[in-house]
Design a protein around this ligand. Structure first.
Ligand code: HEM
Ligand SMILES: *[C@@H]1O[C@H](CO)[C@@H](O)[C@H](O)[C@H]1NC(C)=O
Length: 320
């Protein structure tokens, strides 16, 4: 009875709204169960960015690292405890991915108003949107209704997160494996309009690649010594022009061979994405629209919905 009602209800909703089907995410998921959710996330994010503006970038990246590993299920948030091994020690995450304390703070504030109903996975999705928006980027209605995983995968984190050493075809394959196309790749890479990279991730590019502006290479080499192991964690801005403003300057940098990562410059290196990079560099509205579309698509990678997974009480540990 209950399940047949659910099927009928979903079909009805589907026929009325046609863009919403059963089991899918929707921006109104918490409209009755937690109406103040988005205000709580926004105010906590505003405080976090007042303390450190870079945090907007860090949380945008955290969402990417969640979604590419097992889907957008909060798996990246799980700590290693006892026999449980999470994703935090994976090569792309270790000493690099950040913002967990801010997620904890948002979760605490959300639990205070709506205990037990909002997933950590959805909090990450909202924090990512707010991080981009508060640094000057577009806003959008975030589809919600994800549930939290009871598992994590160190192996998938090592295998599925694209490395900055990848070629354009390697990047396209990595995104294709997640149901994202080359246009999504190029639009999402625009997230590198904000935030920083450590020297170890761009050393090879600024010393060994030939498609790097000479003055730019000299500038970046000054704070990133050639010898592996020296200055590995020194930071440089991903966007040489406006490192803490979400704009389209990233694409202009690529046109002038001032992409910081090898993978960034691969998007404008005589290949299939050159024309799109050029378009985004002159048309910020097109970039913003495509970025939003691709963020929503990325946010839809294998979410747990319905009665799958759980609503974690503490984002760092599976409920006991
Ligand atoms: C195309 C494949 C991608 C590669 C190879 C890549 C690689 C990297 C690397 C190596 C860093 C620097 C990490 C460090 O040195 O600690 C970084 C930072 C960052 N990435 Fe990506 N990334 C990619 C796509 C994305 C996507 C899709 C997003 C979000 C939509 C994103 C958002 C960011 C942000 C915002 C930062 C700066 C974080 C901070 O300052 O804390 N990246 N990325
Ligand atoms: C440049 O490439 C060579 C050959 O692959 C490698 O041995 C060297 O470590 C690279 N240098 C840097 C700074 O990455």
């Amino acid at each position: 009875m209950a399940s047949s009602f659910r099927v009928w209800h979903c079909l009805l909703v589907f026929s009325l709204l046609s863009s919403v089907a059963c089991g899918q995410l929707t921006p109104t998921f918490y409209a009755t169960s937690c109406p103040t959710l988005e205000l709580v996330v926004r105010s906590t994010m505003t405080q976090a960015l007042a303390a450190e503006r870079r945090m907007g970038a860090s949380l945008l990246r955290l969402f990417f690292h969640d979604c590419f590993v097992q889907g957008c299920d909060g798996s990246v948030l799980l700590d290693d405890v006892g026999s449980f091994i999470g994703e935090k020690t994976a090569a792309p995450n270790a000493g690099s991915v950040r913002g967990f304390e801010v997620i904890d703070q948002i979760k605490t504030n959300v639990e205070a108003v709506c205990p037990g109903v909002v997933s950590c996975a959805d909090i990450v999705a909202l924090a990512a949107r707010d991080g981009a928006f508060l640094l000057g980027g577009p806003s959008w209605a975030v589809p919600l209704g994800r549930r939290d995983s009871t598992t994590a995968s160190l192996t998938d984190a090592n295998n599925d997160l694209p490395a900055p050493t990848l070629s354009l075809s390697g990047l396209i394959t990595a995104y294709g494996n997640k149901g994202l196309n080359a246009r999504d790749l190029t639009a999402l890479s625009g997230a590198h309009t904000i935030g920083f990279s450590q020297c170890l991730n761009f050393r090879d590019h600024i010393y060994n690649d030939t498609n790097v502006d000479a003055a730019f290479a000299t500038l970046r080499r000054a704070n990133c010594p050639v010898a592996p192991g020296s200055g590995d964690t020194n930071l440089a801005p991903l966007d040489a022009q406006t490192q803490l403003v979400f704009d389209n300057a990233y694409y202009g940098n690529l046109l002038s061979q001032r992409g910081l990562l090898h993978s960034d410059q691969e998007l404008f290196n005589g290949g299939s994405q050159d024309a799109l990079v050029q378009e985004y560099s002159t048309n910020p509205a097109l970039f913003a629209a495509d970025f939003v579309t691709a963020m929503i698509k990325m946010g839809n990678i294998r979410p747990l919905t319905g009665s799958d997974g759980q609503i974690r009480a503490n984002c760092r540990v599976v409920n006991s």
